[in-house]
Ligand binder design. Structure first.
Ligand code: HEM
Length: 434
């Protein structure tokens, strides 16, 4: 347990080396299975998805996220997914491109040539503002700002300890726990105030602003009973989207800057693509398809450092996976970090090579071989949002700066809720010649 908490990636890599693609162990009476190969992960997430529900971490996440899309189950989840899906339609997501670029410009304006900065923190602030503005409207009012701040604080608390210990810890009167509880109360009340204000607006349906919150308030389950969501449900979905949508995208960007700084030849081609496609102007949504090398660099960085580094489930019935029976109640851990470094799928897996995500190499590899965004009915709803945001941010900042590692700073991956550099990513942005 202690090893798994301290360095789950090292423990699971060791298990993989010693015991193969499917590993079983017990923590007290709890059966745990580590599924370490992409096609077996697909069996859990897609082929036998009905035999599994969300795992122990999500049970704890419910304390903050209530019954939102990430944590809900069964028919209720399907209903919510149907109602949220239109909000993530490509055309809708495209409408947020300006916010994404504006926030990248804001970060670029704050970077001074030669300054040493924690780029991980910059990306985290950027992604939080993007998803908050997409949700609450073009500009953030005090309540929306309070919500984003509280989400970041509550997330810190989650990252600080293992989520498995959360239910026990919450019964203690520790000051940190009290702050966490206060944070959740603030979060809920501020979100409720925003929703109430929207409901009370001119036409009463909260629509008209085109932001995600307006879409949630107006959504009706037309394929089901035709009703919409309660205010409490809208609140849970709003908090879920901010939480699921910012740390992951921020870490994807952070690792990409790290990899670009380590691989000057890749950085040069990235810059060449930016020059060719944009020629110095800021990117827009229509440029995204042409920025295909930029996208490949992002995908290859997230292959080696997947932001959602591990997906988990709990078996609801006995289920055979890879020739073994996973008994009902067992926890199933699927570290995509390890599956993404499988040499049978990615030859020389530790080599950083964006070409893996271009041309024939990408076309011939099956989808399941890259479980970065999950799979099946629980696949990430925000893939299009995240990819557009990350590509536009890389393009805007990449045209203005080249980021160099800060001397003396060691980058140590740390797997908590998401995979991030333990002590931040300290870098020196150098302004590029116009
Ligand atoms: C690089 C960025 C991202 C990565 C790597 C990522 C990864 C994932 C993964 C692996 C899952 C599946 C979890 C599971 O099966 O247990 C997931 C689900 C989800 N993600 Fe993302 N995500 C990213 C960005 C986003 C963004 C930007 C949003 C929203 C704005 C978002 C919203 C969600 C939601 C709501 C779910 C739950 C979907 C459901 O169960 O129906 N994600 N994400």
């Amino acid at each position: 347990m202690a090893g798994l908490h301290r360095d789950p990636l090292a423990v699971m890599s060791g298990l993989h080396r010693r015991h193969g693609d499917l590993v079983h162990f017990r923590i007290g009476p709890q059966h745990v299975f580590c599924v370490l190969r992409a096609d077996l992960i697909r069996e859990v997430l897609v082929k036998h998805q009905k035999s599994f529900k969300k795992g122990p971490g999500f049970e704890a996440a419910r304390i903050v996220l209530g019954n939102g899309l990430l944590t809900s189950e069964g028919d209720f989840h399907l209903r919510q997914r149907r109602m949220l899906q239109p909000a993530f339609h490509r055309r809708r997501v495209a409408a947020y491109a300006d916010i994404m670029v504006e926030e990248a410009v804001r970060v670029g304006d704050a970077w001074d040539d030669g300054d040493v900065r924690d780029v991980a923190e910059d990306m985290s602030g950027l992604a939080l503002r993007v998803v908050s503005r997409a949700l609450f409207g073009a500009e953030l009012d005090d309540d929306a700002r309070q919500i984003s701040r509280a989400v970041a604080e509550v997330g810190e608390f989650f990252d600080y300890l293992t989520v498995a210990l959360l239910p026990v810890l919450l019964r203690t009167p520790l000051p940190r726990v009290r702050r966490f509880r206060r944070g959740i109360d603030d979060l809920e009340s501020a979100t409720e105030r925003v929703i109430a204000a929207r409901r009370a607006d001119a036409n009463g349906d909260g629509d008209g602003d085109g932001d995600l919150l307006a879409i949630l308030l107006a959504a009706r389950d037309v394929e089901g009973d035709g009703t919409g969501m309660t205010d409490e449900q809208v609140r849970d979905e709003a908090l879920t989207l901010i939480t699921a949508g910012h740390e992951t995208t921020a870490n994807g960007l952070t690792w990409t800057w790290h990899m670009l700084a380590q691989h000057p030849e890749v950085e040069e081609r990235f810059h060449a693509e930016l020059a060719e496609v944009l020629g110095g102007r800021s990117p827009g949504v229509d440029d995204a398809p042409a920025l295909e090398y930029t996208e490949a660099v992002l995908l290859e960085s997230m292959r080696l450092y997947p932001p959602a580094w591990g997906i988990e489930r709990r078996a609801v019935c006995d289920q055979e996976i890879g020739g073994y029976v996973v008994p009902a109640g067992a926890a199933v851990l699927m570290p995509t970090y390890i599956a993404n470094r499988d040499e049978r799928v990615y030859p020389e897996p530790l080599r950083f090579d964006p070409e893996r995500f271009r041309g024939d190499a990408a076309a011939e590899r099956p989808d399941w071989a890259y479980p970065l965004f999950g799979a099946g009915t629980r696949k990430c709803i925000g893939v299009g949002f995240a990819m557009l945001e990350a590509v536009l941010v890389l393009a805007e900042l990449g045209q203005r700066f080249r980021v160099r590692p800060a001397p003396g700073h060691e980058v140590v991956p740390q797997a908590r809720v998401s995979l991030r550099p333990r002590d931040g990513l300290w870098m020196r942005p150098e302004a590029r010649a116009a």
